[in-house]
Write a protein that binds this ligand. Structure first.
Ligand SMILES: [Fe+2]
Length: 294
């Protein structure tokens, strides 16, 4: 029987809790101004509720979320994030990786790790990359979340994490599992330099050497599909989703999520992607269906 994986990202939980002025004496001040002028009109709690309800109605076997639950990383955003995760599913059924907004200021990622730990750890250990085995899948979670200067939304994996990823992917190669890499920042993006994954080239080299069956990301808030080089002429789909809370008419891609129906076995995988999202009338409907493998 096919395994159904759902992927959503960048819920940017709204509304923003009211910050104390002393909490804005850092990068948060630019994020707060940005929220008040722009983002609060984009990220809509009602839209997110509809997306999550539709996703759950599909009864996925597992749900992947690629970060940015928070906006400016106020402490309350992490407790709210935990409540939202608990509404999405159990830690057994939901895998999370953090985004740059979850590490918006120094020390924020520690809050994320404390509140969301059960959702972003491996079967056997904590830390990144983590490994979770679910049905035919090996889910590998990465962290690109590092605090950056105001105006920057870049991310980085670092040499240690890249080396550990290469070893994991290599070890899993002969396991017969469908390897899914979860990462917030896309390895390929048309966004400006200030938003990019700084070691994207190194990540692509790891994928080219060790392979993976699927890479899922968020960050750009766009429906994206790029093909990465894998070993021996193979290709690895890197797929991004819009923000799960983006209200129709406020941004390029209104809220959506993807489903992956994964069937078959190593060497003969079949993977179908179904994109669903909110339309202008506020209904959730299928947007696209595409075969990625097989
Ligand atoms: Fe985001």
């Amino acid at each position: 029987m096919a395994f159904l994986l759902a992927h959503l990202s960048d819920p940017h939980l709204a509304p923003l809790p009211k910050p104390h002025w002393s909490q804005l004496l850092n990068k948060r001040v630019t994020g707060y101004i940005n929220w008040q002028h722009k983002r609060r009109f984009v990220h809509d709690a009602g839209v997110l509720t509809k997306i999550v309800a539709d996703l759950k109605a599909q009864q996925p076997d597992h749900i992947a979320c690629t970060g940015d639950l928070a906006n400016i990383a106020l402490p309350e955003e992490f407790t709210r994030g935990r409540a939202w995760l608990e509404g999405l599913g159990s830690p057994q059924n939901v895998s999370l990786v953090p985004g740059n907004h979850d590490a918006y200021v120094r020390g924020a990622l520690a809050n994320a790790k404390r509140e969301w730990r059960a959702y972003m750890r491996g079967d056997d250990s904590g830390g990144f990359p983590y490994l979770r085995r679910r049905g035919p899948l090996a889910l590998i979670g990465l962290s690109t979340a590092v605090p950056t200067a105001p105006g920057l939304a870049s991310g980085g994996l670092g040499t240690k994490q890249l080396a550990a990823l290469a070893k994991l992917l290599g070890d899993l190669k002969g396991s017969g599992l469908f390897r899914v890499v979860l990462i917030h920042h896309p390895p390929v993006s048309a966004a400006g330099w200030h938003k990019l994954l700084i070691d994207a080239a190194a990540l692509k080299r790891v994928i080219a050497a060790q392979g993976a069956e699927l890479l899922l990301h968020g960050h750009d808030h766009l429906a994206m599909l790029n093909w990465l080089d894998g070993p021996d002429g193979s290709r690895v789909p890197a797929v991004g989703v819009p923000s799960a809370s983006a209200a129709p008419g406020t941004t390029k891609n209104a809220a959506g999520y993807n489903l992956y129906r994964i069937d078959g076995a190593a060497g003969a995988w079949r993977g179908d992607m179904i994109a669903r999202g909110i339309d202008d009338s506020g209904m959730i409907a299928e947007r696209k269906r595409k075969t990625l493998a097989g």
